[in-house]
Design a protein around this ligand. Structure first.
Ligand code: PEP
Length: 253
């Protein structure tokens, strides 16, 4: 009952012109994507233009972050309502780069998730352990804390607006991918945790994406794992042909 979900996180890459050119190519693929969720997350500057190209195609546009307040004196920030107005239906929250480079903690991430849901946005909620935490045997404890703290305010009805991305920090942008077995182990743990916190039905319906050096060559083996529903892809999503191969990971051309 879960559909494959392939998401590209462009981070601070692509001008508006470059993002629109990519979105136009993606639009051509839309008829082949009816059985899966496909999403791109451009920088704020390109959100409206990309969302406009993708409007009506079923392919989603996402923001990479938001501010938790509805408005105010927060120079350089963007609210959930602004993102929704730009034509996005998703936002990425809690990416490890936000946690480590911008000091976002579980409590702030929780407030951002509430702000996003309040404006009708769906959330891709990122969690994952550092190498040090993994080597200390703390992976499950870290992931459990991030889920419990980040989703503290959510009720069962909110979970259908949520996607979780398990992104081990040691695998992001490093070329080191978790093995399919490592990914599956943590994904299964997250699903069972969500079952305990909410309900088995909510957990069974939840898309859990893997992120961390996903590429066209390793996408299919990751997707073969029963609890891996998709990928959140950084570097390899920037090139259209590479992204298209991952979107169509299960189809021969
Ligand atoms: C990411 O930014 O979410 C990510 C997983 O990056 P990469 O695919 O480049 O490791």
């Amino acid at each position: 009952m879960r559909r494959p979900f392939i998401a590209g996180n462009w981070k601070m890459h692509k001008t508006v012109a470059e993002a629109v050119a990519f979105a136009r190519q993606l639009k051509e693929m839309a008829p082949c994507c009816a059985d899966r969720d496909v999403l791109v997350a451009p920088p704020f500057t390109a959100l409206s233009a990309v969302a406009e190209v993708l409007r009506g195609t079923g392919i989603h546009a996402a923001a990479q972050n938001l501010h938790e307040a509805p408005q105010g004196a927060f120079t350089g920030e963007v609210s959930a309502a602004m993102i929704a107005e730009a034509g996005c239906d998703y936002v990425i929250i809690g990416h490890s780069e936000r946690r480590t480079l911008f000091g976002e903690d579980d409590a702030l991430i929780g407030r951002k998730i509430v702000a996003a849901l309040g404006c009708g946005l769906k959330v891709i909620f990122c969690i994952g352990e550092t190498l040090q935490e993994r080597e200390a045997g703390l992976t499950s404890a870290v992931v459990e804390r991030q889920v419990k703290e980040g989703l503290k305010a959510l009720r069962i009805d909110d979970i259908r607006h949520l996607v979780i991305a398990y992104e081990p920090v040691w695998a992001i942008g490093t070329g080191k991918t978790a093995t399919p077995g490592q990914a599956e182990e943590v994904h299964a743990f997250i699903r069972s945790l969500m079952g305990r916190l909410y309900s088995k039905d909510a957990a069974d319906a939840l898309a859990i994406l893997y992120g961390g050096s996903v590429k066209p060559d390793n996408m299919a083996e990751l997707m073969a794992q029963p609890n891996v529903d998709g990928g959140l892809i950084g570097g390899a999503s920037l090139d259209f042909d590479s992204f298209a191969r991952m979107v169509m990971y299960d189809k021969k051309d």
